[in-house]
Design a protein around this ligand. Structure first.
Ligand code: CDP
Ligand code: MG
Length: 139
């Protein structure tokens, strides 16, 4: 399945603002099939595990607090060229720099509360999908 799957999560700012449905619509209209999805909430330490690659960055502690501040909607998605196309669909990390029409341009509140995550490689898509959906053989 290399190249066909990516992992995403709708972040606390966008779920609490009621943007889940609008974001799902954009994702499905872009041709992604939802393979797995749930609504859940991370503890601060689990958010820290998910973003461990950023643990030396100055924004890490704030990011862990923010990512555990409310419900999120993690998903595994499927489409050809899934990872790269999804990064284009969500736009730049900083919503001020995100192209018009991208999910972050439409719904992000700030560089931290930027509405949605998208895996940056096929390997990370698998690792991140497994992080939330350990019963993956079902999908
Ligand atoms: O999510 P993306 O891959 O676009 O960005 P990242 O560089 O991997 O950073 C992960 C997350 O950390 C971002 O999505 C933001 O929520 C947060 N972040 C932040 O709070 N401040 C920054 N200067 C950069 C990232
Ligand atoms: Mg990243």
């Amino acid at each position: 399945m290399a190249g066909k799957r990516t992992f995403t999560m709708i972040k606390p700012d966008a779920t609490s603002a009621g943007h889940t449905g609008s974001i799902l619509k954009i994702i499905e209209e872009a041709g992604y099939k939802i393979i797995a999805m749930k609504k859940t909430q991370l503890s601060s330490s689990r958010a820290g595990q998910f973003y461990a690659v950023h643990q030396e960055r100055p924004f890490y502690n704030d990011l862990c607090a923010y990512m555990s501040s409310g419900p999120i909607v993690p998903m595994i998605l499927e489409k050809e060229n899934a990872v790269e196309d999804f990064r284009k669909l969500i736009g730049a990390t900083d919503p001020q720099k995100a192209d018009p029409g991208t999910i972050r341009a439409l719904y992000a509140k700030s560089i931290e509360a930027n509405a949605i995550h998208g895996s940056d490689s096929d390997d990370n898509a698998t690792i991140e999908g497994d992080f939330f959906f350990s019963d993956l053989e079902k999908y």
